[in-house]
Write a protein that binds this ligand. Structure first.
Ligand SMILES: [Mg+2]
Length: 263
């Protein structure tokens, strides 16, 4: 039951894409590990930069793959974006968003008014129906002085058959067109979602680990939140980040099963 520095691991916070699954393909070793940890009563939660699904939808996907999960255990960029916006802008603020239904619902539930190129805030999220009109509206609003919020900084996301461009590409496009814009980035590597997940898991920082497949997002976010952060080699190829060293690198989660126990 020893972790990387000899302290017992009693709680788990994990990324989803590239750790539990790639696209719709479950990663067998990870599914097995979480099933065992659930049976042992180990508390766990998930943090994902993906903003195309609600927490309940992510929980349903994990349940279908065999990992018992409730919506309360999933922390994603949609809810984190709405929380951050509520700290900065009053209800009624005009918002133009690129994204999918869960993001629009969260923005409207937070009291904001959806608008066009007269928006005060532009929110950039993942959108499979991204098109030129949406990009033009975002750029025009930014030119008009709107603040820009990016749900997550990822440039690539793993899919069933390779990789897909992610929200970071959209943020890069808007900042290329409007260099004066300094986007506010919500998801990992900011520690906000990890801190919320840690509070939910309820274990202490020293006995909780963050698991992820990306150094620049998962490992940095976990370490900023003050917990040991393990890199697992089941997702995207590792991209080293200067000055950041994962607390441990593991081939797959089966290697970790026996080291994690309930309180
Ligand atoms: Mg990942």
């Amino acid at each position: 039951m020893a972790g990387g520095d000899g302290t017992a691991i009693r709680g788990i916070i994990s990324d989803l894409d590239g750790v539990l699954y790639r696209g719709d393909q479950p990663i067998a070793e990870s599914i097995e590990a979480f099933k065992v940890w659930h049976a042992r009563g180990v508390p766990y939660a998930f943090v994902t930069n993906n903003a195309t699904k609600s927490a309940a939808q992510f929980a349903a996907k994990l349940e279908r793959m065999g990992v018992p999960t409730t919506a309360a255990q999933v922390f994603n960029a949609v809810s984190a974006t709405a929380s951050l916006m509520q700290q900065r802008w009053q209800p009624g603020t005009r918002v133009f968003a690129i994204g999918e239904a869960p993001l629009f619902e969260a923005i409207e539930e937070a009291g904001y008014t959806l608008a066009g190129d007269d928006a005060d805030v532009v929110v950039l999220g993942f959108d499979y129906a991204l098109n030129y009109d949406k990009l033009r509206t975002a750029v025009r609003a930014a030119l008009n002085g709107a603040s820009v919020v990016v749900t997550n900084p990822d440039l690539l996301t793993p899919a069933d058959d390779g990789f897909e461009p992610c929200v970071g590409v959209l943020g890069a496009a808007v900042t290329a067109a409007v260099p004066a814009v300094v986007p506010i980035v919500v998801g990992k590597p900011q520690p906000f979602m990890v801190e919320a997940a840690l509070a939910h898991v309820g274990t202490g920082k020293s006995e909780t680990i963050m698991i992820g497949d990306q150094v620049a997002t998962d490992i940095v976010a976990g370490q900023r939140a003050g917990i040991r952060s393990f890199l697992v080699a089941t997702g995207l190829p590792h991209t080293p980040v200067a000055g950041v060293t994962p607390d441990r690198i593991i081939a797959n989660l089966r290697d970790l099963i026996d080291e994690v126990g309930a309180t």
